[in-house]
Design a binder for this molecule. Structure first.
Ligand SMILES: [Cu+2]
Length: 215
């Protein structure tokens, strides 16, 4: 009798395995997006898809990832290949300059940011000194030069898309005991010429801009 069901084509049986993987990833992204709405403070940290292929993650990353781990991964991975070491990339380098908008106690912030674009997408690395030990910072790609409105708005791959990774490029880091930090983040899309500056903010005062680097 089972063979006699012309009205029920067995679509699921014919679907290639790759499709179900894509479906699973979409589900993860949707889940992540839902979490963002609920957890405002973590808004800058969601969107685990930014690092791209499964090959870029550990072998069991998919099995063990929680939304929280995804968030920290997407805001940067200190062990990722830094932008200036990405093979075959077009590399831009900028020196951090202090901004007039910086809060007290940040006069010693110095460092370098690198923006690499390759077939793998975009890699951004920042290396900073003069941070407050134990203090958290957030940094972003911006669309204007540092001299123009302190870098202007955040760069977005899709201008009408969300203000969160992976549609924006965010790096989170904390000053170590010596006030230093180095962080790298990957995104599977290229910024093209749209991201021209890199700006560091205190994590607890995102409207505050400490320093900016032009690419
Ligand atoms: Cu910013």
């Amino acid at each position: 009798m089972h063979a006699h069901h012309p009205g029920r084509p067995s679509l699921s049986g014919a679907r290639p395995a790759a499709n179900s993987l894509v479906t699973a990833r979409r589900k993860v992204r949707i889940l992540c997006g839902a979490g963002l709405l609920a957890v405002g403070a973590a808004v800058a940290g969601c969107g685990g898809g930014a690092s791209g292929s499964a090959a870029a993650q550990g072998p069991d990353a998919g099995a063990s990832s929680t939304p929280h781990e995804m968030a920290s991964m997407n805001m940067g991975d200190p062990s990722a290949t830094p932008a200036d070491k990405v093979p075959g990339a077009e590399l831009k380098k900028g020196t951090l300059k202090l901004l007039d908008t910086r809060p007290p106690g940040t006069d010693d912030v110095k460092g370098t940011a690198w923006l690499a674009q390759s077939a793998e997408g975009t890699t951004v690395t920042v290396s900073v000194t003069g941070l407050e030990p134990g203090t958290a910072y957030i940094s972003h790609l911006h669309t204007k030069p540092c001299s123009d409105d302190n870098g202007g708005p955040h760069f977005r791959f899709d201008p009408d898309g969300p203000e969160t990774p992976p549609n924006e490029v965010h790096l989170a880091f904390t000053g170590d005991s010596a006030g230093r930090a180095t962080m790298t983040v990957n995104n599977d899309r290229k910024t093209g010429g749209g991201a021209v500056a890199f700006v560091i903010h205190p994590r607890d005062a995102l409207d505050n801009m400490i320093a900016c680097a032009d690419f």
